[in-house]
Design a protein around this ligand. Structure first.
Ligand code: MN
Ligand code: MN
Length: 284
């Protein structure tokens, strides 16, 4: 039998029933405030995933030994509150089936539904932005309100890589959250920051959300709201490697595939890093 190429994520070819990890896309960018188009990210990330070897030297692991299923993309509603409900319902089904959900945005507001369903003890986000507006442009589910909505569900919040927000947001984040700005990461080094974050979280459950614009836009320019002076892809990889073991869910959002493919390529690698690291963590 010939094999045919598909648009599913590379090596995510397990049947749903036998899969430990379930990938899906949420192609929603209805509230994007600057450049639109991150609805095209799930397909772009899947396409570039075929460039990556199945073997991960860091983990001495063949991805083909991990059971991953790609469900494809959610057929999303166009209103943000309805989309959030859809994601929460979809993730609830995955939890019942004991799957680890891995979501590809879409804009950052897709995260809210996943966190509502999973109810983790900690929310860890890498983002250039604080996303702390209570409402923006007529919706409390705008992609600029993600941390504000998540804080209604999760008490403990860690923000890594922030460098854009208003004075009130930064003041509030410093007082109520564990905030590690991009400047602090540069000064202290990501490993020192992660030692501290790991100490805070201990053995608690966490949800890990990567907003692609946490990375410096001069390195990965495929972004709807690009910001310079950010983290590096290796910084984010260090976050994923360190925190994946306790994670009950993961997402990678806000990729706008209008560059040469490098932003989607980093996303594809980090999705695999998450799966591999989580899988190897369970074997220990
Ligand atoms: Mn964000
Ligand atoms: Mn952002």
């Amino acid at each position: 039998m010939q094999s045919f190429s598909t648009t599913l994520f590379a090596d995510a070819d397990a049947e749903y029933g036998s899969a430990d990890y379930v990938l899906f896309g949420v192609p929603f960018d209805g509230t994007t405030s600057f450049k639109a188009g991150c609805r095209d990210a799930p397909l772009a990330i899947r396409q570039v995933s075929y460039n990556i070897e199945t073997y991960l030297p860091y983990y001495d692991l063949e991805m083909t030994d991990v059971s991953v299923h790609d469900m494809g993309d959610m057929y999303v509603e166009c209103l943000p509150d309805l989309m959030v409900e859809q994601v929460a319902d979809g993730v609830s089904d995955l939890i019942k089936d004991e799957k680890i959900p891995i979501m590809m945005g879409g804009e950052h507001s897709v995260t809210v539904g996943a966190v509502q369903a999973l109810q983790p003890k900690w929310y860890v986000v890498c983002d250039a932005h604080l996303d702390m507006q209570d409402e923006y442009r007529g919706s409390p589910f705008n992609h600029d309100c993600v941390t504000a909505r998540v804080s209604e569900t999760v008490e403990n919040i860690v923000i890594i890589g922030a460098r854009s927000g208003c004075q009130e947001e930064f003041a509030y984040a410093r007082e109520h959250y564990h905030l590690y700005t991009a400047d602090e990461v540069e000064e202290r080094g990501i490993r020192n920051v992660l030692d501290e974050v790991s100490g805070l979280i201990g053995d608690d459950s966490l949800y890990l959300s990567i907003d692609a614009d946490a990375i410096d836009c001069c390195l990965t320019p495929g972004l709807g709201t690009p910001e310079p002076f950010g983290l590096t892809p290796a910084d984010i990889r260090a976050v994923v490697r360190r925190l994946c073991k306790n994670a009950v869910g993961f997402d990678y959002v806000e990729v706008l595939p209008n560059d040469q493919g490098q932003t989607a390529m980093v996303a594809a690698h980090l999705i695999r890093e998450f799966i591999a690291g989580h899988f190897c963590g369970k074997q220990e």
